[in-house]
Write a protein that binds this ligand. Structure first.
Ligand code: FAD
Ligand code: NAD
Length: 410
């Protein structure tokens, strides 16, 4: 039974897509998908957007219809955690004490929200957003006129702030850095998001330190800042980043460094254990380094490569990283990879004030990343520019009259 069993641990987007890819690529052996959530695999982006806004029904968030798993002979086991891996014996232990053997194991255990560690952080009413039930709780807390404090102006913080404003709540966002999304976007582009939220009535306070969560009768009622000021709140949402769920892999002796270290085939330091999605710090052939991507498109596509590699195909995952956001009337897509100290220039094309533009991050004249804001159908061209890795003419890059494709011509 275990001789050719493929076991996937972590039943979310990456896990479900891996199961799909294995069947599509012709694997007809035993396939087990184990997850600790009660729900069948679902996607998280709607939880801070259309589902939180009440614009999408719950049924729309799932990766596959319920019957897909039985139709494809995928043994989906929900609501049970894997608690240990015995790599030598090729078996895992489940929380209920049972053992499951494998020939190949794929870890798609994802990530978990970082928790606040200030006094009062354990009070009831301090909410985090990762699972669908978190989104339900947050939705219930967003009432017209209620006071919402959001800690962290990253993706979770800003998207929930936009949803809270849409519900008519009064919103204060508390960010420790000088601007929202500063690490990812840099000063010039981060300012666009600061302006967007302030224009929509958010009290955005940057460069502040949260000192304490205040409460009455065990229920959080506000946030005390290090300068002594107090922000009253009926609901507090913390979005202060995530940590990859590496515990299982670490205990099994896998090499860990900011995630489970894997090569371009998504194979870990154990030849029969692979990792994909948020938890994987993967060698990227084009970028020439290991990167761990905490975004939807990575969890969507990386499992196809992992599946191929597990089936013995010669394959490497080298897609250009991609993510998107929707906040109020701003929609954007970001392609590429520009770490804070990796670029020396940001070039804008279009109208930044109207928030209809493309921003490019460059190093030595080469495009590392590009972000299209309220401009569509340019993503392929931006990705091609990133992949080309050749110096481009700055004035033509900034000129909306010059098609992006023309910049690719030699
Ligand atoms: C609210 C929200 C909105 C987002 N919006 C966007 C967006 O707009 N655009 C974008 O690009 N990205 C977005 N993301 C990020 C994106 O959702 C993640 O990158 C993606 O979910 C990663 O998928 P994954 O399958 O690797 O991991 P996860 O989604 O974290 O899933 C891992 C699964 O494994 C389970 N698990 C962990 N350990 C065990 C164990 N020991 N045993 C059994 N099961 C286990 C977990 O409970 C979980 O179900 C958003 C994330 C959140 C939370
Ligand atoms: N559109 C998207 O791509 C999208 C949307 C939602 C979530 N996500 C993913 O979900 C995960 C979690 O998102 P997130 O927003 O929590 O993480 P994040 O890393 O995007 O942002 C965290 C923010 O919190 C700030 N911060 C950290 N500690 C703080 C503190 N004590 N007080 C105040 N501010 C503090 C950081 O400076 C940063 O701005 C990430 O992996 C993210 O990529 C992505």
């Amino acid at each position: 039974m275990t001789e050719n069993t493929i076991l996937i641990v972590g039943a979310s987007l990456a896990g479900a897509k891996a199961a799909e890819a294995l069947r599509e690529q012709g694997f007809d052996g035993p396939l087990i998908l184990i997850g600790d959530e009660a729900e069948r695999p679902y996607e998280r982006p709607p939880l801070s957007k259309e589902y939180l806004l009440g614009k999408a029904e719950r049924e729309t968030i799932y990766v596959h219809p319920q019957q897909w798993y039985s139709e494809h002979n995928v043994d989906l086991r929900r609501g049970v955690a894997v608690t240990g891996i015995d790599a030598a014996l090729h078996q895992v232990t489940l929380a209920d004490g049972s053992l499951v053997g494998y020939a190949k194991l794929l870890l798609t255990t994802g990530s978990s929200p970082r928790r606040l560690s200030v006094p009062g952080a354990d009070s009831g009413g301090v909410l985090y957003l990762r699972r669908v039930e978190d989104s339900d709780k947050i939705k219930a807390a967003f009432q017209a006129g209620s006071k919402v404090a959001v800690i962290g102006a990253g993706w979770i913080g800003l998207e929930t702030a936009a949803a809270a404003r849409a519900a008519g709540a009064e919103v204060t966002v508390l960010e420790s850095a000088e601007l929202p999304l500063l690490r990812v976007l840099g000063t010039d582009v981060a300012k666009v998001f600061a302006g967007l939220h302030r224009e929509h009535g958010v009290d955005l306070r940057c460069g502040v330190q949260v000192a304490e969560i205040t409460s009455s009768h065990g229920l959080a009622d506000g946030v005390r800042l290090a300068d002594g000021s107090h922000v009253k709140a009926d609901a507090i949402i913390a979005g202060i980043g995530i940590a990859p769920n590496t515990q299982l892999g670490a205990a099994a002796g896998l090499q860990i460094d900011n995630g489970i270290l894997v090569n371009a085939q998504l194979r870990s330091s154990d030849p029969d254990i692979y990792a994909a999605g948020d938890v994987a710090n993967a060698s990227h052939p084009t970028l020439g380094k290991h990167i761990r991507v905490e975004h939807w498109a990575n969890a969507l596509h990386q499992p196809q490569a992992a599946a191929g590699a597990m089936l013995g195909h010669d394959i490497a995952y080298d897609r250009v990283p991609y993510f998107f956001t929707d906040q109020y009337d701003l929609g954007m897509e970001y392609s590429g990879y520009a770490e804070p100290d990796a670029y020396d220039q940001v070039v804008f094309r279009g109208d930044v004030a109207r928030r209809e533009f493309i921003a490019f991050w460059l190093a030595g004249g080469r495009v590392l990343a590009g972000m299209n804001v309220n401009i569509w159908d340019v993503n392929d061209a931006i990705q091609a520019l990133v992949r080309a890795g050749r110096p481009v003419d700055m004035s033509r890059l900034a000129d909306p009259q010059v098609p992006l494709e023309a910049l690719l011509e030699r």
